[in-house]
Design a protein. Structure first.
Length: 97
């Protein structure tokens, strides 16, 4: 954890934690309340438009695959792409999970 980093990298000052949350207000509020007194917190994707995220994901060339699921209609090993996003949104789920 953070303690190990501080022991191995002498002189580390304030630590910044970066989260990929898109819109989960209650989680962000908890992190802000619990962690901001000790750490700098950043949320670079907060409220980012999904179409822009999808464009960036495709442009990156990274193949994104489902590694675990508890949802009917989404399979482990399935490639996440625009078609899958549309399908899960049609099922009433968040397109970026």
């Amino acid at each position: 954890g953070i303690g190990l980093i501080r022991r191995r990298v002498p002189g580390v000052g304030r630590v910044t934690l970066v989260f990929g949350d898109l819109h989960l207000d209650h989680i962000r509020e908890w992190r802000d309340a619990e962690m901001s007194p000790r750490y700098e917190l950043e949320y670079p994707l907060w409220r980012a438009p999904y179409d822009g995220l999808m464009d960036d994901l495709e442009a990156s060339g990274i193949r994104t695959v489902v590694s675990a699921t508890t949802v009917d209609g989404v399979g482990v090993g399935e490639v996440y792409d625009r078609a899958m996003r549309a399908r899960v949104e049609a099922l009433g789920m968040d397109g970026f999970g």
